[in-house]
Design a protein around this ligand. Sequence first.
Ligand code: GLU
Length: 419
Amino acid sequence: MSVTESPLYQDALFQLELAGSTGGIDQNILERLKHPKRAVQISVPVRLDDGTVKTFEGYRVQHNMTLGPGKGGIRFHPHVSLSETAALAMLMTFKCALVGLPLGGAKGGVKVDPNLLSRQELQSLTRRYATEIAYFVGPDKDIPAPDIGTDGQTMAWFMDTYSQIYGYAIPGVVTGKPIAIGGSLGRNESTGKGVAFCINFAYEKMGKKINQDTKVAIHGFGKVAIPAALDLMEQGAKIVAVSDFTGALYNAKGLDINKIVTWAQTSRKFLNEYPDADHITNDQLLALDVDILIPAAIDGVITKDNVNTIKAKLIAEGANGPVTKEAVKVLNEKGVFIIPDILCNAGGVIVSYFEWVQGLQNFFWNLEEINTKLESIMRNAFNRVHAVSQSHRCDMKTAAMVASLQRLESAMKVRGMWP
Ligand code: GLU
């Protein structure tokens, strides 16, 4: 498989070209950014509980490390491929540069459905994956974090395996760790919180305010969707729909998100079995007549096929790449305000950066400090993207890429090319 063949990589290349010409970025810089710096493909054999051995495909891609060590999550999902991982690594480069972190872009993954593995099988998979990429990552080289299908426990197993190899505790090898081993307060909620911040910033620009008439539909019900929903509810908004891969829940008067979270955690069931709401499909959720739509699950959900059904005036890209390039074009023509993924979901990597810094200095901050710093970084980035969209007369997605490329261009030029 080639690095470039996935639709997500093609979309990333398209955005890069468009922003490159809009922002007048040096062609040589664009040429370099079209290719990942390094990509490793590994096999991850796992002894299953029934005694048989199954081998999974795994990857770690480092797209660009001009600004600092690689940074990006590890995804356990059946759709993981080399090309998709490379595209996501590229998005991490742009995300870190956009919000001003001293970090490059990377991403990893294993092609597996984690829902089909037991806890022991998942632990074996994680530990073998960590072993296979151990020489490739490290606190000064490349720092993984959670992504779809992985969480704090996955990071703890990864950190433990890496530390066993080197013979001492090395918490800085991953972020998104549990607090007990050097995780940061606020990391779990950070991506969703960042999405809610961005929605508020966008509303300020649109001259609106979130209140009890604000209707929100969220495609997703995970690490990004739930904290975003809770924050927006606290501000008075009604979350009328949420979804997982089995289907969506709907209530025009607003769903009780806390109740659904408790039910999902205690029953360990998926949303299609939830008793106290109407059930609709994911496509129906996307087409709801709401003020704000948050695609917060996976890439490629709003496409040329369903874009004309979208009624929301504001789309906050909580996931990476949820709106395809064809759909972005149609939405721009309709005047829909899109908060681009590399800005909208950057809260996670920003608090990952805080976690890394706190770990390196062995000095930990309180939650208020973390959330205040997070809001300030996101506000500055949002304002910068908005200013670029005005000065370059382009949409917010292109503007985010231009702002990011400007930072990368100056750093890459001053470092120069080796040899
Ligand atoms: N996986 C998250 C993302 O896509 C977080 C990455 C990180 O914290 O390093 O931004």
